[in-house]
Design a protein. Structure first.
Length: 388
């Protein structure tokens, strides 16, 4: 009964709670939907990175590159950036007079597919010559990739005389999604005044990602990833092509990074190259490690915990410290900027997790058994866990 509850009832309850969140938020007047949407974007990113790091065991330090690529695809295909072109496909974007806007304007729903395909292709192009590397060498290459892409967008305003990215100014006024045939006006054209359509859109994307992750984990490809992660040489001896297997992980992880970036671009409406710094890659990796590498629900929990600390707990703590400083007459406390030290706090939290619970908050069972096996050479972790 407990296994059935854990496998079906608990996820169903969490999904139901996620669906009623907008109604609860409206009833309580907490204005929590914006934070919930941003958290869901990072959940989507963490689930994508979990395929690479958790399933296949590849240390990727440049995952933010796919996030940036997806966002810029949205900017290119749903704005007036390319004013010399006039093309529209399924978009509801119009000028104030009702005339078509200059530039490329493609439906947001098609852009999600294009962003996923484009980032997957970039993942294959980058991964094909580099995934023959292992361990630290692969991490260094992915780190370089994660640094090159944002720099490319930063300096892409004069690429052979062509303005591709608009440089530091970025791409602005990105089209909002819309579903014309839906009776509700807020769904016909998504706006910032009613965030409910945005919330349900990213919730649907997260649920789709979870479904794909679950199916991949239990598939033949998922078992090949585990084999390569545990012992690449032994996996190759058993007939598994390590390079192809790792390339699939890299490409599929990039798909969800691109989808998250495309949604983020449409939601924020303004894309700047400074929004895709190396620190985001580290933050997403911390989410995967904190929650439990290889465990889908653990990764979701890790993303929620870190983003809740970053976007809710630290600002609340900052207000509390300011109030305390006013009461005590302490100028240092009154002017303290607690959120500025968020990465310091994340680092301390990660160190504590590595010392006290190295397998993560909700660990993958196999990884937990490996970490707690006193003598890995005996291979009795499974048996010891069963006897316990």
């Amino acid at each position: 009964m407990s296994r059935v509850l854990r496998r079906y009832a608990l996820p169903a309850g969490l999904v139901a709670a996620a669906f009623v969140l907008p109604f609860v938020d409206e009833a309580l007047g907490t204005d929590f939907l914006f934070t919930a949407i941003v958290v869901a974007v990072f959940v989507l990113l963490a689930l994508g990175l979990n395929i690479v790091v958790g399933f296949a065991g590849l240390l990727d330090l440049g995952f933010v590159a796919f996030y940036a690529l997806g966002a810029y695809v949205c900017g290119w295909l749903a704005s007036t950036h390319f004013r010399q072109v006039s093309f529209s496909l399924g978009s509801t974007a119009r000028s104030l007079t009702g005339e078509p806007l200059p530039g490329i304007h493609i439906s947001f729903w098609l852009i999600l597919v294009v962003a996923a395909a484009f980032t997957a292709l970039c993942g294959v192009i980058i991964g094909a010559p580099t995934l023959r590397l292992r361990g630290d060498y692969l991490a260094i290459v992915t780190l370089g990739f994660g640094e090159i892409i944002p720099r490319f967008f930063l300096n892409g305003d004069n690429l052979f005389g062509f303005n591709l990215t608009n440089g530091t100014i970025g791409i602005k006024a990105i089209d909002a999604p819309g579903i014309p045939f839906v009776p509700a006006e807020s769904w016909q054209r998504f706006s910032q005044l009613d965030l409910t359509p945005w919330y349900y859109t990213i919730l649907a994307l997260v649920l789709l990602t979870v479904f794909v992750n679950v199916r991949l984990q239990n598939s033949r490809l998922g078992r090949a990833w585990v084999s390569v992660r545990e012992d690449e040489t032994a996996a190759a001896a058993m007939g598994i092509n390590p390079v192809t297997t790792k390339l699939w992980a890299y490409a599929l992880g990039a798909v969800f990074g691109g989808i998250a970036g495309a949604f983020y671009g449409a939601f924020i409406k303004n894309i700047f190259p400074t929004s895709f710094s190396f620190s985001i890659s580290i933050l997403i990796l911390c989410m995967v490690i904190l929650g439990g590498m290889g465990n889908i629900y653990g990764v979701i929990l890790g993303a929620i915990v870190l983003q809740a600390i970053n976007r809710y707990l630290l600002p609340q703590l900052n207000d509390l410290v300011h109030a305390l400083g006013d009461v005590l007459g302490s100028e240092a406390l009154s002017q303290a900027d607690i959120p500025k030290y968020n990465f310091l706090l994340f680092g301390l939290l990660l160190v504590l997790v590595m010392l006290l619970r190295p397998e993560g908050l909700i660990p993958n069972r196999q990884r937990a058994e490996e970490l707690h096996d006193e003598d890995p050479s005996t291979g009795d972790a499974m048996g010891g866990a069963a006897r316990a």
